[in-house]
Write a protein of this length. Structure first.
Length: 107
């Protein structure tokens, strides 16, 4: 089974970027104990101060769904959603090649 990468674009309400970023980084720390989470990266858009990008790589889709369904992760979602302008835009891709960290799974 191929690994799954999720690329999420979140547009925050004006002035809420740092607050949302803190929630996202705290939620990413919850993945530290999950071997199925290969990477979780929170980044700020270079051109738009109200956009945050989150990239996650998981061993498979089921691992991601299981992690997101935990009560602790749902609490992070509840904290972040009211601070966003609409729902996050999510793109699902399958890593297939290129320069990656050692051990990064590819198709």
């Amino acid at each position: 089974m191929s690994s799954l990468m999720l690329i999420n674009k979140m547009t925050v309400k004006s002035g809420k970027r740092d607050e949302v970023t803190a929630v996202l980084i705290e939620s990413a720390a919850a993945f530290e104990s999950r071997e199925e989470c290969i990477m979780s990266l929170v980044t700020h858009d270079a051109d738009d101060p109200d956009v945050i990008w989150v990239q996650d790589v998981w061993t498979d889709e089921g691992a991601h769904q299981a992690a997101m369904s935990t009560p602790s992760m749902q609490e992070f979602v509840r904290q972040a959603i009211p601070l966003l302008e609409g729902m996050p835009e999510q793109h699902r891709v399958y890593p297939t090649g290129g320069k990656t960290p050692t051990g990064f799974p590819q198709a």
